[in-house]
Design a protein around this ligand. Structure first.
Ligand code: HEC
Ligand code: HEC
Ligand code: HEC
Ligand code: HEC
Length: 480
């Protein structure tokens, strides 16, 4: 432990010095103005708009110099079936740099920004200010109108200096109401500087819900489903309990099953802080994503946030002496194991969804079905589904907390298997003959999506690296 403490202290002790040559107003939103005083950090921040070298990362190819857009629905074809019914089932791409946060929203299929102004929550530095000034008139405005409420120069500005810094002394801060509320919910007070190096990222890289009224219309700013949790232990069990506690969290209707459902988004903060090795060793996001670097004769924190794999593991080298090859192997092995389990859980969920479709069609034609069994199957399915979404939405493919990723996906498979057993029993009790392998018809969900008529990109699929999925899902039954 003392060796670890020395490592962490060592990282913090030799930090960049602050050179400042002027004053920035407290409410200055424009990074260019901050950049006049801190040109090196500004330049580094702008670099998030650049393409990354291709061929480095195995699973996170966002905006690489191969210029390919990586489509999560082709990578994980079962998600096209499961998310069919709203924007995520139409166009869902791998992320790219902060520079594109709003640009990507303007470019993506309009179904993805249907909720309106509230979609700017983790994109625009003006979100909190506009929410305070205009309330629902901004949050529920259609997306283009909401963007037009932002002063023209800042309409395409994503995560900005003011989101993370107090201009007076450059200490770290947050700029989102939902994180203030979220930290209160889990009873977190007076975070240390090292914890702030985590919370500034966690203000956006967390899972939020967009609250809805009885007609599923947006009813307020985003909220964090953190009730019942505490700092260092925001568990998937508590998140699911929170999401299922009332109908305000039901954001969309899954077409295949007809179920109204909650959703889970990019839970990097929750996943990392829930007892991962690196969190327990005292690390924050910035330790791996914002390594110190030389810029001329100055030392700065890199503001070019990206995959450490694409940055040749320089951040890791402050603590690990094993070398880039060893680190790459550790990261890739962890990710391959996660991808294998994601296949297992994804297809197990997809099969259950299709069985519900058969049951619903049977009931629609006046057939009877045992409601008790059906409802129990639905409860198990919901547990399985939300666990799958949790890990597939998390952006490190298991690396941020590998043992937790394995645990959650293992449970997803187990819940899905029980759901399948229950719904199969309900169907066979009603005299319906079922095939051993249910046809998933994936092609139907992957073809001709949205205004750009997107299709399946076979070469992007993340197949099981251990080639075991074939024992559970036959090629034919995928319908691809
Ligand atoms: C104001 C919200 C916000 C804050 C604060 C924020 N992020 Fe992000 N981050 C985003 C969004 C939105 C995206 C996706 C952008 C896109 O794909 O258009 C993203 C993408 C990323 C990516 C992917 C980059 C790539 O090249 O694919 C990394 C890495 C990242 N963020 C790390 C961090 C870290 C580390 C912090 C804290 C130091 C942080 N972010 C703080 C909103 C935020
Ligand atoms: C111990 C180092 C480490 C820590 C700490 C860490 N990450 Fe990561 N992160 C990684 C690695 C490694 C990847 C995988 C990148 C890849 O596969 O290309 C990754 C991936 C990501 C990605 C996806 C990057 C992309 O290119 O799409 C995001 C976003 C991200 N991390 C955000 C965070 C946030 C937010 C935190 C804190 C809550 C955090 N990370 C903490 C190492 C770390
Ligand atoms: C997503 C959050 C985030 C954004 C956006 C951001 N910073 Fe930072 N910045 C940090 C973190 C984290 C540190 C490290 C602070 C620490 O260790 O106490 C830092 C450190 C700094 C420092 C201290 C010296 C150094 O390099 O460590 C300066 C100056 C700075 N940032 C300027 C800026 C400017 C200018 C912008 C906008 C162009 C900006 N930052 C945008 C998170 C951010
Ligand atoms: C600030 C120091 C620090 C940084 C930066 C850091 N690590 Fe670690 N890492 C640790 C510590 C401490 C442990 C735990 C060692 C132990 O318990 O034996 C650890 C453990 C690990 C392990 C073994 C545990 C596991 O999860 O399988 C791997 C692999 C690893 N780190 C990879 C990385 C990678 C890749 C990066 C950069 C993206 C990175 N680390 C960045 C300090 C760091």
């Amino acid at each position: 432990m003392s060796a670890i403490a020395a490592i962490i202290a060592g990282c913090g002790g030799d930090r960049p010095e602050l050179f400042r040559a002027g004053v920035i107003a407290e409410d200055e939103f424009d990074p260019e103005v901050w950049g006049k005083i801190f040109p090196l950090q500004y330049e580094s921040w702008l670099a998030t708009g650049q393409m990354r070298p291709s061929g480095k990362s195995m699973y996170k190819k966002g905006w690489d110099d191969d210029k390919v857009v990586y489509d999560k629905l082709s990578e994980f074809p079962f998600l096209a079936l499961l998310y069919n019914g709203w924007g995520f089932g139409v166009e869902y791409n791998e992320p790219r740099g902060h520079f594109f946060a709003i640009i990507d929203q303007l470019e993506i299929d309009p179904s993805r920004v249907k909720p309106g102004g509230v979609c700017l929550a983790c994109k625009s530095p003006m979100h909190k200010t506009l929410t305070k000034q205009k309330g629902l008139a901004y949050l529920t405005a259609n997306f283009t109108d909401a963007v037009n409420m932002i002063p023209e120069k800042l309409r395409k500005t994503g995560p900005a200096c003011i989101d993370c810094h107090n201009s007076s002394d450059m200490t770290l801060r947050t700029n989102k109401l939902h994180i203030e509320n979220g930290l209160k919910t889990i009873g977190k007070k007076n975070p240390t500087r090292q914890e702030m190096r985590l919370i500034v990222c966690g203000q956006c890289h967390n899972t939020y819900t967009v609250p809805r009224d009885a007609n599923m219309k947006v009813a307020g700013d985003v909220q964090l489903p953190w009730s019942g949790s505490r700092w260092g232990a925001i568990t998937i069990e508590n998140i699911i309990k929170d999401l299922l506690k009332d109908s305000s969290r039901l954001e969309w209707k899954q077409n295949v099953t007809g179920f109204k459902m909650p959703f889970i988004r990019h839970p990097e903060f929750e996943m990392f802080t829930n007892g991962s090795i690196h969190f327990n060793a005292g690390l924050s996001c910035a330790d791996c994503h914002m390594p110190y670097k030389r810029s001329g004769s100055y030392k700065i924190s890199s503001h070019d946030l990206a995959s450490p794999v694409k940055q040749d593991f320089t951040a890791c080298a402050q603590c690990h002496t094993e070398g880039a090859d060893w680190l790459r192997k550790q990261v890739f092995t962890t990710q391959e194991r996660t991808i294998s389990l994601l296949n297992r859980a994804g297809y197990a969920n997809a099969v259950v969804a299709k069985l519900f479709e058969i049951a619903n069609n049977h009931a629609a034609k006046g057939g009877s079905i045992d409601r008790g069994l059906y409802d129990r199957a639905k409860d198990y399915y919901m547990q399985a589904f939300l666990r799958l979404v949790f890990i597939s939405a998390e952006n490190s493919i298991g690396f941020h907390n590998s043992t937790e990723a394995g645990r959650v996906l293992g449970d997803s498979v187990a819940f899905a298997n029980r759901a399948e057993l229950l719904i199969r029993k309900a169907l066979t009790d009603s005299g319906i003959r079922l095939p051993e392998n249910v046809n998933l018809e994936l092609n139907k969900y992957l073809t001709n999506r949205g205004k750009n008529k997107l299709n399946f990109r076979r070469e992007q699929e993340f197949k099981d690296p251990y080639n075991n999925q074939r024992y559970f899902t036959t090629g034919e039954s995928k319908g691809l």
